[in-house]
Design a protein around this ligand. Sequence first.
Ligand code: ADP
Ligand code: ADP
Length: 225
Amino acid sequence: MNRLDIDQLSVTYQNGVKALQHISLDISNGMFGLLGPNGAGKSTLMKTIMGLQRPRQGTITFNGEDAVENPAFLRRQTGFLPQDFGVYPKVSAYDLLQHLAILKGVNNARQRKTQILDLLAKVNLYDVRHKAVHTFSGGMKQRFGVAQTLLGHPQMIIVDEPTAGLDPEERNRFNILLNDISEEMIVILSTHLVEDVRNLCSRMAIIRQGTLLATGAPEDMITGL
Ligand code: ADP
Ligand code: ADP
């Protein structure tokens, strides 16, 4: 079981914007929803957890390790799926993962092949592994993004508005995949969609204007929203 403990976290940008104020959260394996409108501080929280933004105050501990003092530790164990992975080169899904695995230092060819084929099967792209990623549909690209994110066996993945632009069927399929992954690790889902949090997450936090409004189980929190 992985544990992410955030205690009294405050982030102030150089221009004086107080993006987060006294945020405390305990997160363990499963899907954790980070719900809030634009400008609430979701990106700031994700950046800070990933060690890309230093907090003004407070602590982040991952599996007992101080993540603020040792950001490299957390970065190695965290995968990030951005909202839009952008442009893909004209190479096959298999070859692209192979290339990324080499960059990640998976040097043993046999291990690399096993890991890549396992990942492609997990995200349901095994049958199209020799097709070029740029020809994939939006949903397939997002699932490919998950495979990319899972390279190197992270203990936590952070996904930012992952279903934006997907049709309902692809969205559903993507959500099932995330749910499946969350049995083995922490999955933090940042979104402004109440519905995704209600359907998927076992725990959630609502942030607004940099402050934590509430945290707990969605069924206790969003009936009235
Ligand atoms: P990102 O996608 O990383 O948030 P942006 O494109 O939003 O970056 O921002 C570009 C630059 O503007 C960055 O240097 C960022 O620090 C700065 N910036 C972003 N949002 C604000 C803001 N609300 N006020 C001041 N500076 C900002
Ligand atoms: P969200 O991801 O929920 O939309 P953000 O974390 O991007 O929220 O933004 C939180 C607040 O911090 C906003 O008021 C935003 O304008 C501000 N902000 C974000 N990035 C920067 C930055 N690099 N510099 C200054 N202000 C920023």
